[in-house]
Design a protein around this ligand. Structure first.
Ligand code: FMN
Length: 182
């Protein structure tokens, strides 16, 4: 065993899925940010939480509109995820530079990114502040996934290359499924 800095211990909880969070700018054009600190928190009611740095433009937009969409990218989106996570929508129109097309949500004003593997439509319920981060706790009001990539509601990893973040500029995906024997 080696000592790990407690400030870097979070890396031991990676790899974890990285998603693209879409929120609405003024004039209702979409902004996109990368987010890997996102987790389910409750099945019933269906809630998720994401850790949002309050300096992000997305924080301001989600606090104003109280909604966002979670778009689950595949490996083919790795370059776009990196750009969405390293440029701010305050300075550039990321929807434009990333070349994304958007599709309407039936329940929210915020759209989804065309071509992702799955989508969650979320309404912000509450926030909890921890240092420079706000934990954004939100209800899932709509969810869709590509039918050909699921087996009984779970990812078929032979087909679905769900992008995961290892930390920094390193990404991965899993291909193997394991079943405990007992
Ligand atoms: C792979 C990856 C994962 C990220 N995860 C998060 C995250 O969980 N929470 C967060 O606040 N920022 C995260 N970021 C940083 C934001 O995406 C980044 O600050 C972005 O520029 C914010 O865009 P915005 O200002 O348009 O909202 C991540 C960046 C990358 C590259």
């Amino acid at each position: 065993m080696i000592e790990v800095d407690v400030e870097e211990a979070y890396l031991l909880l990676h790899p974890r899925p990285v998603v693209l969070v879409v929120s609405l700018r003024e004039g209702d054009s979409p902004n996109v940010m990368a987010c890997s600190w996102i987790t389910p928190v409750s099945e019933e009611p269906p809630y998720i939480a994401l850790a949002m740095w309050r300096e992000n433009y997305s924080y301001q937009l989600i606090m104003r509109n109280k909604e966002f969409t979670v778009n689950i990218p595949g490996c083919e989106h790795v370059n776009q995820v990196w750009i969405a996570g390293t440029r701010s929508g305050r300075k550039v129109d990321k929807a434009k530079i990333l070349g994304f097309k958007f599709i309407k949500s039936s329940k929210l004003k915020t759209p989804y990114i065309d071509g992702c593997l799955a989508y969650l439509g979320c309404r912000l319920d509450k926030t909890v502040d921890i240092g420079e981060i706000s934990l954004m706790i939100a209800e899932i009001v709509e969810a869709k996934a590509r039918k050909d990539l699921l087996v009984r509601g779970k990812w078929n990893l032979k087909k679905a290359k769900v992008l995961q973040h290892l930390g920094g500029k390193v990404f991965t995906y899993s291909e193997k499924t394991l079943w405990p024997s007992k």
